[in-house]
Structure formats: C-alpha cells, structure tokens
Design a protein around this ligand. Structure first.
Ligand SMILES: [Fe+2]
Ligand SMILES: [Fe+2]
Length: 338
C-alpha cells in the first residue's frame, strides 16, 4: 500500500501534477448551466470526438507505441503537455478532453463533470415523516433514535464536525444497496429497473456532501480513527441487514435521512443566530450545486438539506415497494432525483 502511494506521489511529482487544484477553495466564476444545452455542445465538440473515436471506430487498435515525434514537435508537445498539467498517455488512448464552463473558463474538476451538476430542488417538503406502524418500522425508528444519543453526546452543537462525520456514514447504504442489486441482476439475469444507478447516485451525492464538508472542517486524527472504526462496523452491519431485509434497511436509511434534515436545520439556526460564521461557500460546492459565486455556507447547507429530503423520500419509497411484496425493479427508479 505504502509502495503504491509512494509510486503515485513520485509519478505525480514527475509529471508536475498539482494535487491542490482538486481541493482548491479559490472561488470560481459562477454560471447557470442548462444540462441539455451543455451536453449537446460538448457532445458536438470534445466528447463527440473523444468517445466516438473510441467507441464507434471499426478500425482494430494496433496497440503499438506511436513513432517518436521530430525534435521540434517533441519540444512543442512537452510544452503543451506541461501547460495542460495532465498525465497524457498516447499508448492507451486515454486523454481528458477539453472541458469548459459556459463562460469559457476551464473546468477545474476531475472528480465530477458539468453534466453531473444540478440546482437543488428547494421546494421539497422538509417536514414529511413516515409514521412507524409495523413492527419493523418501529425497530428502524427506535434504532435510529438510539443511534442519535451517542452522536448528540459526542458532537453536541458542533454541527460542522457532526455533519462531516455523519456524511462518512451516509454515503455507505447507497453503495451497499447498489452493489447488492448489481450482483442480484447478474445472478438472476434480470434488469434492475434503474435502481442500481439510483442508489449509486445517492452514494455519490452523499460523498459530494462529504467532499464539501471537509473543505469547511478539517478532521482531527482521532476523528479519522473514529471514521475508520465506524465504517468497518457500519458497512458490514448494513451489508448483512440489506441481505436479510432490504425493506428494513431502506426504512432505517429513511429515518437516518429524517435525522439528517433535523441536524442541518439546527446547523442553519446556528448560522442565522451568529453562533457559526457564515463563511464563503467552497469552490467545489459552487460548481456542484451551480450556486452563485458569492454563495455562503448557509446556501450550501440549505442545498445539502434538500438533498437529504430527497434521499429520505427515495428510501421510504423503496421500503414501501418491499412492503407491497414487490421488488424494486417493478417500480420506477428515481434516477437523477435530487
Ligand atoms: Fe448527506
Ligand atoms: Fe442523505
């Protein structure tokens, strides 16, 4: 593991890769993107040539190293490669195409692309609650309420830290559910009805919450240790739970999301009350949620809370499908539901 890390750092240094640019907090120019327009334009330009040349070509790839360029070409090529600040391999044919924002500035992120960004639906009802009626619902509800006790004691009103830590857990269920549905699809020779994608999207969305929170709160060493422990326990526990009862697993997540909405509401109260400074939004959040360039922490927490409300609905809906004795693939999957 250390050898791999050392090799990757050495490689990055060799190629002049700048790690910081992916976690830069420098504000970036804001813009409102229409996804369809953006995709059309990108497809017509960079992505058209990139993907069509890879996926539609009928020419058998030769997998030979191209002949070395002339000396002048070599100089120009290395200068331009350095300018692009990226590792380029002509041998494998993998190269990041030019991606620009609508205002023409360069897209700074490799971890997500413009067509994965969105404007959060803030009109969602935050007060919705699934009243526990069945025995399993009550088990799910009580479990989540019990889990909240140590969380309240440990974090109290340190909502930044609390949110960051909880997002490390929140990004697990979607990945576990998506993975198990993926394996089921392979075993049963069946389509998943889009639910694999929907659950993996949820996991990715939660991970973006974490990537945003970590720009605002730097975890201490003992918090990293806590995350390691909690992840080890929670991943395995949720994996087993989902295998035994996906109905209960989704209900637990539904209630966890209800708690997340509550926590972020308290967070917003502390920002409004001046207990937490309303600092400028991190650059990653401005691009991911298409926020104005002068967006603040309050704007970020507001859109994250709206995401949590969507996750709440998706998971309670998934549990309801199972309660009706059906499989998830029999109901429309909420793909792209934010
Ligand atoms: Fe989240
Ligand atoms: Fe969530």
């Amino acid at each position: 593991m250390n050898r791999i890390a050392a090799r990757s750092v050495a490689g990055a240094l060799r190629h002049g890769r700048n790690f910081n640019r992916h976690i830069s907090t420098t504000p970036v120019a804001a813009r409102t993107l229409d996804t369809a327009d953006y995709l059309n334009r990108q497809n017509a330009t960079a992505f058209g040539s990139f993907y069509s040349s890879r996926m539609m070509s009928s020419v058998t790839p030769s997998f030979q190293t191209p002949p070395p360029p002339a000396e002048k070409d070599q100089k120009e090529s290395s200068a331009s490669d350095a300018k692009k600040d990226a590792v380029v391999s002509h041998y494998w044919g993998i190269k990041r195409p030019e991606i620009k924002r609508e205002d023409g500035s360069e897209w700074p992120w490799n971890c997500f692309m413009p067509w994965e960004t969105y404007q959060a639906d803030l009109s969602i009802d935050l007060s919705k609650h699934h009243v526990p009626k069945t025995f399993l619902d009550k088990v799910a509800y009580r479990t989540v309420k019990l889990l909240r006790i140590p969380t309240d004691i440990f974090f109290q009103r340190r909502y930044g830290c609390r949110a960051m830590m909880l997002e490390t857990v929140a990004a697990v269920p979607g990945m576990v559910g998506g993975m198990l549905l993926h394996l089921r699809s392979l075993r049963k020779f069946q389509q998943s009805g889009g639910w694999i994608k929907a659950l993996l999207e949820e996991a990715e969305n939660e991970r973006m919450h974490l990537m945003t929170m970590v720009e605002l709160v730097k975890p201490a060493w003992y918090e990293r240790l806590l995350v390691l422990t909690v992840q080890g326990v929670f991943f395995n526990a949720f994996f087993v739970l989902y295998m035994i009862s996906p109905k209960l697993a989704h209900r637990v997540v539904g209630y966890l999301e209800e708690e997340a909405i509550h926590s972020y509401t308290e967070y917003l109260k502390d920002i409004d009350g001046g207990k937490i400074e309303n600092v400028p939004a991190p650059a990653i959040a401005i691009d991911y949620w298409r926020l104005p360039k002068d967006a603040t922490l309050k704007d970020v927490i507001t859109v994250i809370r709206a995401d949590e409300a969507h996750h709440r609905d998706v998971n309670h809906f998934a549990s309801d499908i199972h309660y009706q004795g059906k499989e998830l693939r029999e109901a429309p999957a909420p793909v792209g539901y934010h």
